[in-house]
Design a protein around this ligand. Structure first.
Ligand SMILES: Nc1ncnc2c1ncn2[C@@H]1O[C@H](COP(=O)(O)OP(=O)(O)O)[C@@H](O)[C@H]1O
Ligand code: SF4
Ligand SMILES: [Mg+2]
Length: 336
């Protein structure tokens, strides 16, 4: 693994069995994450984007082994510079490494226990990991809560007393308590109003610079991803279909699915609070994906080969790759 790499996954796969009836298992599982190769560099934000259900959350959770992957490798470079085989860790090893790898959730309301005060919520990871207790804990909790732009007078209040943005700040303080180095932010601003989104994104950026953090930032929102990411990966039906530096991806996409995403207008979805991307045609079923290129039934550029042969990830230039038979040849439209 490269010196500058903090996380590298190879062939990462997560299949969920589908249960029909009480005992019967269907023959084909949901391929939520399907053979993903991905690298996150130290200090960067890697944005992961794609329609709802394409496997972003599953990938983020598999990376931290919050859920167990079905297959593949996960390598992590720890604080001391050692390369850790995350899948090979036993319970104790995993617990130790969890201090350095944390998750920030979408909905800070449901992820914060309403019966705990802010001091208890932010202090809990300190106790769990045996980092601090008593007066030392209170001191650290105060420092953490100030780091995220709140103050000591908030410490003895309960989550319901706060706005969505403030609650997300509490969620971030909690994630930072163990002094992590790598954060998976899963739709971390998707439930917030647009003006508040920008504040939280700026906070995450500032923290990144100050603390040297690396992020895997998951969102279905292309605007948010563009704002925060150094590089972007586009997912479609469990697979990574394109990776590029942010400006390049938005200016000149190399995968027809990326072009389609960039051209789609998000529509407000009242059920989910956040907007959703809506493209024409149906998203493929991850339990029964189409033959060849999964995107072919929706792709305006599809030719015969696309129906029969799955396109491998093709390196188009030094830091760009796309899984399309015609990557680099189609002259696709960007969003600039
Ligand atoms: N625990 C689970 N059991 C069965 N299927 C699941 C489970 N979690 C997610 N899935 C399925 O895996 C696919 C990817 O889901 P998810 O990772 O949540 O996508 P995203 O975060 O991109 O919206 C979806 O088809 C979803 O229905
Ligand atoms: S491989 Fe074919 S169907 Fe798939 S994205 Fe490329 S052109 Fe479209
Ligand atoms: Mg998700």
């Amino acid at each position: 693994m490269d010196e500058q790499t903090i996380i590298q996954v190879d062939g990462l796969t997560k299949y969920f069995p589908i249960r029909r009836g009480l005992f019967k298992r269907s023959a084909s599982p949901v391929r939520a994450v399907d053979d993903i190769r991905l690298t996150v560099l130290q200090g960067e934000t890697f944005g992961l984007v794609g329609e709802s259900g394409c496997g972003k959350s599953t990938l983020g959770r598999c990376l931290l082994r919050a859920i167990e992957p079905t297959g593949g490798n996960i390598r992590y470079r720890d604080r001391g510079g050692a390369e850790i085989d995350v899948r090979g860790l036993d319970k104790k090893g995993l617990r130790a490494i969890r201090r350095e790898l944390q998750l920030v959730f979408q909905d800070p309301y449901s992820s914060l226990n309403p019966r705990m005060t802010v001091a208890e919520l932010v202090g809990e990871p300190l106790i769990c990991h045996g980092i601090a207790r008593g007066g030392e804990m209170r001191r650290r909790v105060t420092a953490l809560i100030e780091t995220v732009g709140l103050s000591a007078r908030h410490l003895d209040r309960y989550p319901h007393a706060f706005s969505g943005g403030q609650r997300q700040r509490i969620g971030i303080a909690r994630a930072l308590a163990t002094e992590p180095r790598f954060l998976v932010c899963d739709e971390a601003v998707s439930a917030l109003d647009v003006s508040v989104q920008a504040q939280i994104l700026n906070l995450l950026r500032e923290l990144q610079q100050r603390l040297g953090l690396s992020y895997l930032f998951i969102s279905h929102d292309l605007g948010v991803i563009r704002h925060i990411s150094d590089r972007v990966g586009v997912m479609y039906v469990g697979k990574l279909v394109e990776t590029a530096r942010t400006e390049e991806l938005y200016a000149h996409p190399f995968h027809p699915y990326t072009e389609a995403l960039l051209s789609a207008k998000p529509i407000p979805d009242p059920r989910r609070k956040a907007d959703r991307i809506v493209l024409s045609g149906e998203v493929a079923n991850p339990a029964n994906p189409p033959s060849g290129c999964y995107f072919h039934p929706r792709c305006p550029y599809a030719r015969d080969v696309c129906r029969t042969e799955a396109p491998p990830m093709k390196q188009v230039s030094a830091d760009r790759a796309a899984a399309c038979h015609f990557a680099g040849e189609l002259g696709l439209r960007g969003a600039l």
